[in-house]
Write a protein that binds this ligand. Structure first.
Ligand code: 13P
Ligand code: SF4
Length: 354
């Protein structure tokens, strides 16, 4: 069981044996049993920066998903080794854009005569290959906390943006935050010839959105928002920008996991909040803020955990830490040097955004 005192003690002991050699990063969507052993917690952006700021740690244990561990490997020195406690902790959204599909898309854009004026912007939730493609073509990475700044920068470099792989974050940022219209956005479907778009549609668009989405956030609907407002009068609706556009449009506040936490910290006692994001985080926030008289509920009770985030559990963490303490590196995530070079370029552009 996750609260098995023996496992808790083993994790503690292994961390103690490793001392300064190990640094454990935990994404906000991780289980309680894992997050308690994290040296730092954060959203994707904060964790990427924190990983890069720990040159003394020989081992970075990443409690999160595969693309985050890859990014940590890219941003840390070659001497440092990044470990993902369960290699099956992927991300279904990141898997929706493969290197071959994106290369084909770029050919379609080239055919239509728009590639030269298009800047790729890729969400952190993408493979190292996609990040390398982005770096090679003059683009940047973004996260949910800096998507607006990334798009502002991209539109200073070109006329159009190819936004990968989350159509919702791309659309929400363009329309809600930057005042573009829904008609400025087209969706490129990698499973259709030419992405399902004509050359004229590509030429007329400002935002070319990849047809990807998050399977967790995609399940919140406009009904979820309307129902909770009806059930709890005066409730504030706060959602992650990976939610569908109509959900974001109906919400009161929109932001990354870190933003969600900061907003609740600043909220007055007696306020009520419905949160549209992953369940581990919402539960933790509900428990944390209840004593302060802030009521936190889940936006839709039928939506649940991110199953791949949940793969990292205490037994996997104990196994990874004990192996490292015995001098054996398991589940190392290592990006090949050529991919790393261009992916790093794109990540560094993000880190340099104003
Ligand atoms: P943030 O932590 O950047 O808000 O991202 C959410 C997410 O889906 C990570 O997989
Ligand atoms: Fe991927 Fe969504 Fe899970 Fe985040 S919450 S890791 S985007 S599937």
């Amino acid at each position: 069981s996750p609260s098995d005192p023996d496992l808790v003690e083993r994790a503690r002991a292994a961390k103690e044996r490793l001392g300064e050699k190990v640094f454990v990063l935990g994404h906000h969507y991780q289980r309680d049993e894992v997050i308690r052993f994290a040296d730092v917690t954060g959203d994707s952006f904060k964790l990427a920066r924190d990983a890069a700021a720990r040159p003394e740690a020989e081992y970075i244990v990443f409690c999160g998903v595969h693309f985050m561990a890859e990014s940590a490997d890219i941003l840390t020195s070659d001497r440092q080794q990044v470990v993902l406690p369960d290699l099956a902790a992927g991300c279904s959204m990141a898997d929706m854009a493969t290197a071959e599909q994106v290369a084909e898309c770029w050919d379609v854009l080239t055919e239509a005569g728009v590639a030269d004026s298009t800047v790729p912007v890729s969400y952190m939730n993408s493979s190292a290959d996609i990040k390398a493609f982005t770096g090679r073509h003059g683009g940047t990475i973004c996260t949910s906390s800096n998507a607006r700044r990334a798009l502002d920068w991209a539109f200073s470099q070109g006329e159009k943006v190819l936004f990968l792989p989350d159509q919702h974050l791309g659309r929400n940022t363009a329309v809600r935050d930057m005042g573009m219209s829904l008609e400025d956005c087209v969706v490129y479907n990698p499973h259709r010839p030419n992405g399902g778009l004509t050359a004229e549609e590509l030429r007329a668009a400002k935002m070319i959105l990849w047809r990807g989405h998050c399977s967790v956030h995609g399940r919140f609907t406009l009904d979820s928002v309307n129902d909770v407002r009806e059930r709890v009068p005066g409730i504030n609706v706060l959602v992650h920008p990976e939610c569908r556009h109509e959900v974001v449009a109906a919400a009161d506040h929109v932001g990354s996991t870190e933003y969600i936490i900061k907003t609740l910290e600043a909220a007055p006692a007696g306020s009520k909040w419905a949160i549209g994001t992953e369940l581990n985080l919402v539960r933790r926030l509900a428990n944390r803020f209840a004593p302060e008289g802030k009521e936190v509920v889940f936006l839709d009770r039928t939506v649940c955990f991110c199953s791949t985030m949940n793969r990292i559990d205490l037994p996997h963490l104990v196994w990874a830490l004990e192996s490292l303490a015995d001098g054996k590196v398991v589940n190392r995530i290592q990006v090949d040097p050529e991919t790393e070079k261009f992916a790093k370029l794109a990540l560094e552009r993000m880190l340099a955004l104003p």
